[in-house]
Design a protein around this ligand. Structure first.
Ligand code: ADP
Length: 157
């Protein structure tokens, strides 16, 4: 059976923590789909095309990774549309765990055929979050080590 993973998130913007999960998950699945989920009513810091472009540039050396976007849909719906066999999530800490454990209950109810796989964040990246990165961008701080170069280039524009 072809194993296809879907890693869904807002990626506003992609961080080194996300990239680490993408790289590790890409070794577990035949294909890994990165799903950029956005809310039409709630503008993020980066628009959806920019988020997608920054991810594509960061995963250019990973041939089995593709990037899709989605709005107004559940992750399980997107997974079904692309034939994903697994959902993939990163876990940084106990807060992520509590959130994910609750989400898993509903995902299993909605799509019992989909198994979710959790990868514990590499220690060096556990404190990194998109929200903290957005704050650093707001204050014009150095982003080196927190985001891939595609994000640094976009911010410098
Ligand atoms: P964020 O919480 O930073 O806004 P997303 O909503 O884009 O992240 O999350 C997408 C997925 O990536 C989630 O499973 C989330 O737990 C995971 N993730 C986010 N940051 C990290 C990190 N630093 N290390 C590992 N996984 C992460």
């Amino acid at each position: 059976m072809t194993k296809i993973g879907l890693l869904a998130g807002s990626f506003d913007p992609i961080t080194v923590g996300h990239l680490d999960i993408i790289r590790r998950a890409s070794g577990l699945f035949d294909q890994l789909i990165v799903g950029v989920f956005y809310n039409k009513e709630k503008a993020g810091l980066f628009d959806i095309e920019t988020r997608e472009r920054m991810i594509k540039e960061a995963v250019a050396d990973m041939p089995t990774v593709s990037v899709v976007t989605s709005s107004g849909e559940l992750a399980v719906e997107v997974a079904r549309r692309y034939g994903a066999t697994h959902l993939v999530r990163g876990l940084r800490n106990a807060t992520d765990f509590d959130y994910e454990a609750n989400l898993e209950y509903f995902n299993r109810h909605l799509a019992s055929e989909l198994e979710t796989v959790y990868l514990i964040a590499s220690h060096a990246y556990q404190p990194v979050s998109s929200s903290r990165v957005r704050e650093l961008i707001y204050f014009g701080a150095d982003l080196d080590g927190f985001v891939p170069t595609s994000v640094i280039k976009e911010v410098e524009k």
